[in-house]
Write a protein that binds this ligand. Structure first.
Ligand SMILES: Nc1ncnc2c1ncn2[C@@H]1O[C@H](COP(=O)(O)OP(=O)(O)OP(=O)(O)O)[C@@H](O)[C@H]1O
Ligand SMILES: O=C(O)C[C@@H](O)[C@H](O)C(=O)CO
Length: 338
């Protein structure tokens, strides 16, 4: 059943709004970051990773974002260009703002942390003047990444993009994407996350991220109560993730579909969410059944937590489907289906 109507006449499948950053993942991992000496550099930033993931899956992707006017800004822009992602609206800051740097600490297969350098950050300089209605009109959907709401002027830019998407019948996808670093207060998180979530067709987040979103609406909701609420005000699909315990998609016809993680040898515990989002959304654009979209998302997530990188290790359709086939051969057809 098609829960989301995408206008097939549009040039872009998805335009993402938010940060693109630079990840430095230690080569000498399974030790404290303070002891690591060697790192690999990758494009990073959750929406940046999702953009790469969806481009790898063959989707036509645009991006609304700001980067630094330096070699790292060039790196991510060139990377997007090589992946076929439109960078016409990925613009450079003019006052020396710096791109986000993410140093990851991989203590063990299951313990990781992320040290973010985000002072004077470029991506939060996205301005309402950068939000072009003609660009948004060209897309089936936009994805707003929650961290873009953390500070002005990016906050107002994201809200303008939201308003223009609604005005032009462009599907709105909200990846809640909570990163504490740039938020000034819990109240601001509740205010701005709820504004966007209430107007979104698809919402993706962990239970904790939905709790933050609902803190000024009603606290302590169950997943079912959360989904029912957002469906009652217009959301079509609510996806609630529970890490290694899997995830569930709630659709506005009252059905829900759950998926478990694919068994995989973990290398790191982060990056799964970006693989999950890119492959799940790919499935939606392909018009697949929700359970098939979830299976793709769960498989991509597993591939990402088993990899050293996020963006660089995003799978192609062939690799993703090969992983699923191999997993089912090894563990059984229902390995991830609940
Ligand atoms: N140990 C694991 N083995 C296999 N898959 C996993 C594991 N941990 C997480 N995943 C997959 O990754 C998905 C997303 O993970 P999680 O719920 O942590 O989202 P997230 O916090 O947004 O991820 P990220 O670390 O990218 O921000 C899970 O729903 C699951 O499918
Ligand atoms: O989202 C971030 O800013 C961190 C990313 O750069 C990093 O790749 C990650 O943790 C992805 O989930």
């Amino acid at each position: 059943m098609g829960y989301i109507h995408f206008d097939q006449t549009k040039e872009f499948d998805l335009i993402l709004l938010g940060r693109v950053a630079v990840d430095f993942n230690p080569v000498d991992y399974y030790m404290p970051l303070s002891e690591s000496t060697t790192f690999k550099k990758y494009l990073g930033g959750s929406p940046g990773n999702i953009a790469v993931g969806m481009a790898r899956l063959g989707k036509k992707i645009g991006f609304l974002g700001k980067v630094s006017d330096d070699q790292f800004g060039d790196f991510v822009t060139d990377y997007f260009n090589k992946e076929g992602i439109d960078t016409s609206h990925l613009t450079k800051c003019k006052k020396g703002e710096k791109i986000g740097l993410t140093f990851t600490e991989i203590l063990s297969e299951t313990e990781s942390s992320i040290l973010m350098y985000r002072d004077g950050i470029a991506d939060l300089q996205l301005d309402v003047a950068d939000i072009d209605e003609e660009y948004i009109q060209k897309s089936k959907a936009i994805l707003i990444s929650g961290t873009a709401l953390a500070q002005s002027p990016s906050r107002e830019a994201a809200l303008k993009a939201l308003a223009l998407a609604k005005k032009n019948n462009v599907v709105v996808i909200f990846d809640i994407d909570y990163r504490p670093y740039n938020w000034k207060s819990q109240d601001e998180i509740g205010i701005y996350y709820s504004i966007v979530a209430k107007q979104s067709d698809v919402i993706l987040g962990s239970r904790e991220e939905f709790d933050l979103t609902e803190q000024l609406i009603e606290q302590g909701r169950t997943d079912e109560q959360t989904a029912k609420y957002f469906h009652s005000i217009g959301s079509k699909i609510v996806v609630i993730k529970h890490g290694k315990d899997g995830s569930t998609a709630y659709t506005n016809d009252g059905n829900n579909y759950s998926i478990k993680p694919f068994p995989v040898k973990l290398l790191k515990s982060f990056g799964g969410g970006d693989g999950y989002a890119s492959a799940f959304l790919y499935g939606l654009f392909e018009g697949l059944e929700i359970i098939d979209c979830l299976e793709l998302g769960s498989a991509s997530a597993a591939m990402l937590v088993a990899s050293h990188a996020c963006s660089k290790d995003m799978p192609t359709v062939e690799a993703l489907k090969g992983f699923i086939t191999d997993s089912k051969k090894q563990y059984g057809e229902m390995i991830a289906r609940v």
